[in-house]
Design a protein around this ligand. Structure first.
Ligand code: SF4
Length: 318
């Protein structure tokens, strides 16, 4: 049964221990709670994005540390994917800083990249901006299983973060992706100055997608110098965990990923997030252009917690 926004508001005001206990019960019922999904990611085309997302160092509107790079060579992407797989990654995300996935040769090159990564046995996720129905179909046929397209925040807060596109257009693209049979990865960013209400609305709207997304990446804003949000302080860790717990209760079967910002979280914060229902992390050098913790620190953390990584991708609908 899907939860209403009022249900999520009720959960939010519970004492912290009551909330995470409830989330843990839901988590235990639907997942192997001592096992996590290891995800990898690679920016296959970096920088010069025409959108003005206030958190993003890849926007052409801001002067940041990011150096632009054109679309990578498929064989170089393949080498990175093979390395990621050797580290235990099962799910590999290809990100590109575009508002719309390109047409013509550039898109053919993307399809070649997808085919090569798919040939390694990794689950391929693409994050290429808005796409047409034909492109979604072509990606699916090339071996892409999941498309990442985040709602970012609530519809009310959205115009304070991005003005070059609308929240409604995001929703429309999600419908196109759904029609194609690609699975959806859809999350957001916490700590951009949004209210609690905005956070709950984001989780509510994501949970209302039907069927619910395969994966929900929950990013904690990493403030980047040169962007309009460059001065923001990092989100209170317990607030982040509350949202993880509420997302877990609202979406019992979904994979909930601790995404960008995890490298700024203590080991203890991450342990509590795992307890509350987070069951995926991005490992390796970076999540697109944002740092991740050191790989050996991650493996050490999982060992200390007695946690394992899934050896194969698990389809949440089976
Ligand atoms: S978040 Fe994506 S769409 Fe927004 S500026 Fe960055 S690369 Fe472009």
């Amino acid at each position: 049964m899907s939860l209403s926004l009022a249900d999520l508001q009720y959960l939010y005001q519970l004492p912290f221990n009551d909330l995470i206990k409830q989330a843990h019960e839901v988590y235990k019922k639907h997942h192997d709670f001592n096992t996590v999904h290891l995800c990898g990611s690679l920016s296959i085309k970096t920088g010069s994005c025409p959108e003005n997302c206030a958190y993003c160092p890849q926007s052409v509107h801001y002067k940041t540390y990011v150096e632009k790079e054109s679309l990578l060579d498929p064989n170089d992407v393949l080498k990175t994917a093979v390395r990621a797989k050797a580290h235990g990654v099962t799910h590999f995300c290809l990100g590109a800083a575009w508002s719309y996935a390109p047409k013509g040769n550039a898109f053919q090159k993307v399809l070649e990249i997808v085919r090569k990564v798919h040939s390694t046995g990794l689950q391929v996720c693409c994050s290429l901006g808005s796409i047409s129905e034909e492109q979604a179909q072509a990606l699916l046929e090339a071996g892409c299983t999941t498309y990442n397209y985040n709602l970012d925040t609530s519809p009310e807060f959205y115009p304070k973060i991005i003005t070059t596109r609308t929240f409604e257009s995001r929703h429309q693209t999600l419908q196109i992706i759904r029609k194609s049979n690609l699975k959806i990865s859809c999350g957001g960013i916490l700590g951009m100055g949004e209210s609690i209400e905005d956070r709950l609305k984001l989780i509510y709207l994501i949970s209302q997608l039907s069927p619910q997304p395969e994966m929900v990446p929950l990013n904690a804003l990493v403030a980047i110098e040169g962007t309009p949000l460059g001065e923001k302080t990092f989100i209170d860790p317990l607030e982040y965990i509350r949202i993880v717990a509420i997302a877990r209760i609202a979406m019992p079967r979904t994979i909930i990923a601790m995404a960008a910002g995890r490298y700024k979280m203590s080991f203890e914060t991450q342990a509590l997030a795992f307890f509350s229902g987070a069951n995926a992390i991005y490992i390796g050098e970076r999540i697109l252009t944002t740092s991740t913790p050191d790989l050996s620190a991650d493996l050490n953390m999982l060992a200390k917690l007695g946690m394992n990584a899934y050896e194969n991708h698990i389809d949440i609908r089976q």
